[in-house]
Design a protein around this ligand. Structure first.
Ligand SMILES: *Cc1c(COP(=O)(O)O)cnc(C)c1O
Length: 396
């Protein structure tokens, strides 16, 4: 056994659990995918699980595999690199990638059989250049801007785009797989803009059919998948609901979805502090009495928003109950007031999770911050948060 000068022997130990971890329950992912793909199937539609942004912070490859095993038949990502990561992992299911700069190198994606969205005539030219170099036809999803004014071909440019696509198809350089669009107000299921977007999509799709193409149509994100079966069309594209975060912001207990991620960190230090001591930067909180403080090693560099600062805005679930975070959120740590309770170093503190026993949730952070849980989940990342996968091999 090695001996360090001045120390005792170094004992081999079983590795301690991670200091900070995002635990992703793949059974929750499967549950949510079964629910969403079941709803889609009831309308005769397929399901694309959206796994962009590293599956909203949950891990693209394991989530993709779990989703495909539970009823999804497509995967959706933003960038070319995200699509190629799935292919590199051996995933052969259809993958759509939709956001690019027109001069990116599309050849590897075409060669890997990745479906590509096009949002302009220039974008199409870039994709076709990749197809030429890959010596394979590009599989195109023509994106119509139906009222989001973000990605997508404007109605004014649509005829020119279809003409260019027709030439490429005739030259064997492209296939038209879909005409598609994205909703601006899906979380307001009765909003008239939704119906206008559907009309515009259908008009664009009919123009494509008039060119002799036979594309499928897709439009619905999570909220529309769960509230508007008439928008399921051929394929639905839920993202946030796959992760169990309710697109309609229903509390966990009232949602049919199961949150998949638990963000937790193990107590690094417990100490007794007298009354009247300032806690954390700026001394925004002072101990009102002698109390036990627990230092939890996760901060804004790990995905705890600094704006959760201040007393009472944030709680953790630690040693069997909910406890307040006191003083400022730091880059690396937060401080929890434990009163006179016994709390041990190494015990896990849940920052947010599935809401069991009324513990904190990502939804709660989002409400507190005036943002959406999408931002909370995708914010948990970085070199210091270990991702732990539960039920990786199937479960049910
Ligand atoms: C992110 C995204 C989705 C998924 O949206 P959710 O609201 O997370 O369900 C679907 N389609 C497109 C184009 C997207 O960018």
């Amino acid at each position: 056994m090695p001996e360090l000068p001045g120390h005792g022997p170094v004992r081999p130990t079983s590795p301690a659990p991670p200091r900070a971890e995002a635990i992703v329950d793949l059974d929750a992912i499967r549950h949510n995918v079964r629910l969403l793909s079941g709803a889609a199937a009831a309308s005769g539609a397929g399901m694309m699980a959206v796994v962009k942004a590293d599956a909203y912070g949950h891990g693209a490859v394991p989530v993709a595999r779990a989703a495909l095993g539970a009823g999804a038949s497509w995967l959706g990502v933003c960038t070319l690199e995200e699509a190629l990561e799935l292919r590199a992992a051996g995933i052969t299911a259809p993958v759509l990638s939709w956001l690019h700069v027109p001069d990116e190198d599309f050849a590897p994606a075409v060669a890997a059989g990745v479906d590509l969205s096009v949002s302009s005539v220039r974008h199409l030219a870039g994709v076709l250049d990749g197809a030429r170099r890959a010596r394979l036809p590009a599989r195109l999803h023509l994106k119509a801007d139906t009222g989001l004014s973000r990605s997508g071909v404007t109605p004014a440019e649509w005829p020119e785009l279809l003409d260019d696509v027709a030439k490429a198809v005739a030259a064997g350089r492209a296939e038209v797989v879909a005409v598609w669009s994205h909703l601006a107000l899906a979380d307001q299921p009765r909003h008239p803009v939704i119906d206008r977007q559907l009309e515009r999509l259908t008009a664009a799709w009919e123009e494509a059919r008039a060119h002799g193409f036979t594309p499928i149509r897709h439009l619905a994100n999570s909220a529309a998948t769960m509230t508007r079966p008439d928008l399921h069309l051929d394929l639905v594209r839920p993202g946030i609901a796959v992760y169990g975060l309710d697109p309609l912001d229903r509390p966990v207990a009232e949602s049919p979805l199961r949150p998949a991620m638990t963000f937790r960190a193990r107590v690094a230090l417990v100490k007794r502090v007298p009354a009247g001591e300032g806690v954390s930067y700026g001394h925004e909180w002072t101990t009102p009495r002698e109390t036990t403080l627990a230092v939890v090693p996760a901060g804004y560099a790990d995905g705890v928003p600094r704006r959760l600062n201040a007393n009472g805005r944030m709680r953790v679930w630690l040693a069997g109950r909910s406890r307040p975070v006191v003083g400022r959120v730091c880059m690396d740590q937060i401080v929890v007031d434990c009163g006179d309770d016994v709390v041990r170093e190494g015990e896990p503190a849940v920052l947010f999770g599935a809401g069991d026993h009324d513990g904190p949730t990502a939804q709660e952070w989002a409400t507190e911050l005036g943002t959406i849980h999408y931002e909370i989940a995708t914010g948990v990342h970085g070199a210091r948060v270990t991702r732990t996968l539960l039920n990786q091999d199937g479960g049910r």
